[in-house]
Design a protein around this ligand. Structure first.
Ligand SMILES: Nc1ncnc2c1ncn2[C@@H]1O[C@H](COP(=O)(O)OP(=O)(O)OP(=O)(O)O)[C@@H](O)[C@H]1O
Ligand SMILES: [Mg+2]
Length: 253
């Protein structure tokens, strides 16, 4: 005898089977640097790139992570754009999605994410089989992979240490996209592997309290902030009107 399942239960079953993806997928990727990007934005990224290069040269470490205090501040977009900007110099860059809870880099860069970082660290696949080579000249990308039940343990695993050692031999710059520090501590677990954190703040959203807590968390774990990227800065339009432009601004910490 067949038993009919109530609609609600069916919905719950489907949700449990498939992790929730972001709803605004269409918007993802629209802020990625391209030939059509505004001059001011391309230049702002170049200037951020120069400052980051100076910070990294002082530490002799070529890896850094992009993070922020809250969800949706623009971390993944900034990480992708910095990776693009660095690769335009002819330096070999790898961008890795370490947000193993709500990964989005694959949507932003329109890449497949059947397997990636988590599967590789879990030794289910090898790096060479899952890395997206030459997404742009000089730019390789490793997407997050399958959403694991234990993201923090995976990030701490010795496999990650071995992996980062390999990346250091093969790449000029290593950029990690990571989850918000105010929500989970995963980003801080990357500290062993990086020179420091590039912190994203969003105009009209990030509060002074958020920044204080962000810096406190970084200090408590003995990590280093490399600088801030302010996203969504408003500036005067040509005719003196206040425009609402998404703009980037790099500030030394
Ligand atoms: N400079 C920008 N201008 C306009 N919209 C932006 C900008 N940067 C990001 N966004 C938009 O904000 C949303 C969140 O961006 P993104 O995914 O980069 O943030 P995030 O901090 O990585 O989010 P999460 O915490 O969920 O990982 C996206 O819809 C993206 O298109
Ligand atoms: Mg993100």
């Amino acid at each position: 005898m067949k038993i009919k399942m109530p609609t609600q239960k069916l919905k719950e079953k489907k949700a449990a089977e498939k992790p929730k993806e972001k709803k605004n997928k269409k918007k993802d990727g629209k802020n990625v640097l391209s030939e059509k990007s505004k001059f001011a934005i391309v230049e702002a990224y170049k200037s951020a790139r120069t400052n980051i290069m100076f910070s990294l040269s002082a530490t002799e470490n070529k890896a850094f992570a992009v993070t922020s205090y809250a969800k949706g501040d623009g971390k993944s977009t900034v990480a992708a754009n910095l990776a693009i900007s660095f690769s335009k110099m002819g330096k070999k860059v790898i961008l890795i999605d370490c947000d193993l809870r709500r990964p989005n880099l694959h949507n932003i860069l329109k890449l497949e994410n059947k397997a990636g970082f988590s599967d590789m660290v879990g030794r289910m696949v090898v790096f060479d089989d899952v890395v997206h080579r030459d997404v742009l000249p000089c730019l390789d990308v490793l997407t997050s992979g399958t959403i694991p039940p234990n993201p923090s343990e995976l990030i701490c695993s010795p496999e990650v240490t071995r992996f980062v050692e390999r990346l250091n031999r093969e790449y000029d710059y290593i950029i990690f996209d990571s989850p918000p520090i105010g929500v989970v501590a995963d980003a801080l677990l990357l500290k062993e592997h990086i020179a420091g954190y590039l912190l994203v703040t969003r105009e009209r959203k990030t509060t002074h309290g958020d920044i204080e807590r962000l810096l406190q968390n970084i200090k408590l774990t003995d990590s280093k902030p490399l600088g801030f990227i302010r996203v969504g800065v408003t500036h005067e339009g040509k005719r003196g009107r206040r425009g609402y432009y998404y703009y980037y601004y790099y500030q030394y910490y």
